[in-house]
Design a protein. Structure first.
Length: 288
């Protein structure tokens, strides 16, 4: 069984489904609401554990009820939680406003989700892993994790998220074997992903929403058209995509990984909330 470590944000999500996103000084009707765990690293870990991978989550929560609920939820899914509890701090809460088309607007407080710092890391556990997946987090922490992994021959993937343009993630990207980016992030990162892949030996997987995804590899470019779905909530779809790609790629080729990733993303987009329920049987059934 492959051992995967996910490291990054661990949040508590409050999701509000509305009939429309209101304009300034406007009002919308709440049609559904729910709460549960969230955060990119946490979401990826939850899906990987459902794929029967030995999954550990590095992150941080506050010393409060939300932190305890997140840890309990992940334990139930089979995720080994290695979380720092930040004293006198609250677990980061994200308020997700989802319209009738499944599009998401996010409001959040800073909270404790970047409380994990280099001195807190369980480096021996990283050295024993088969793969390290990094998401948005404090750059110094991500950089140290990547350094330890590279020193130990552990493969690294990185999904920097929407803050790629605002934070100094250059060294982490350079140490990664695999980058997950959406179209906007890819444009901010480089002009030509194919050239980057060919010259550096890294793989860049770029998602295009309903247009599927492309994997730019040193051997060439692969494309999967994705699946035609009516989205309910796109929260966590990118995280499910990354988890599906990693789970399939650890045992298969790039084309199979892209198909699995797009299927997981489609399943997530048809599910309310950030957590996605999917395993090998559900994935096989979806791929038909």
């Amino acid at each position: 069984m492959s051992r995967v470590i996910c490291a990054g944000h661990v949040n508590w999500d409050v999701t509000l489904h509305v009939d429309r996103l209101p304009s300034a000084d406007g009002e919308a009707k709440i049609t559904d609401q729910r709460q549960g765990g969230g955060g990119s690293a946490s979401n990826v870990a939850a899906v990987l554990a459902q794929f029967d991978l030995d999954t550990t989550l590095f992150g941080s929560v506050g010393d409060d009820e939300h932190g305890m609920l997140v840890e309990y939820e992940l334990d139930e899914l089979g995720v080994d939680t290695d979380l720092v509890v930040v004293p006198d701090e609250q677990t980061t809460v994200k308020y997700l406003i989802v319209d009738a088309d499944g599009e998401v607007m996010v409001l959040g407080n800073e909270g404790a989700n970047e409380g994990l710092r280099p001195d807190d890391l369980n480096e021996p556990k990283v050295r024993r892993a088969d793969h390290l997946h990094l998401t948005s987090q404090h750059p110094a922490t991500a950089e140290r994790l990547a350094e330890v992994a590279v020193e130990s021959g552990v493969s690294v993937s990185f999904a920097p998220g929407r803050r790629l343009a605002d934070r100094d993630y250059g060294r982490i990207a350079d140490q990664s074997d695999l980058l997950f980016l959406n179209e906007k992030e890819a444009t901010a990162y480089c002009e030509d992903p194919a050239t980057i892949a060919r010259e550096t030996g890294r793989t860049l997987v770029v998602t295009h929403g309903s247009g599927g995804a492309q994997a730019y590899t040193p051997e060439g470019t692969f494309h999967h058209a994705g699946f035609d779905v009516d989205p309910v909530d796109t929260t966590g779809a990118g995280d499910a995509f990354a988890a599906g790609y990693l789970a399939a790629r650890l045992d298969g080729d790039v084309e199979a990984a892209l198909a699995a990733a797009n299927a997981c993303g489609a399943i997530a987009a048809q599910t309310m909330g950030a957590r996605t329920e999917v395993d090998w049987a559900a994935l096989d059934a979806y791929l038909g």
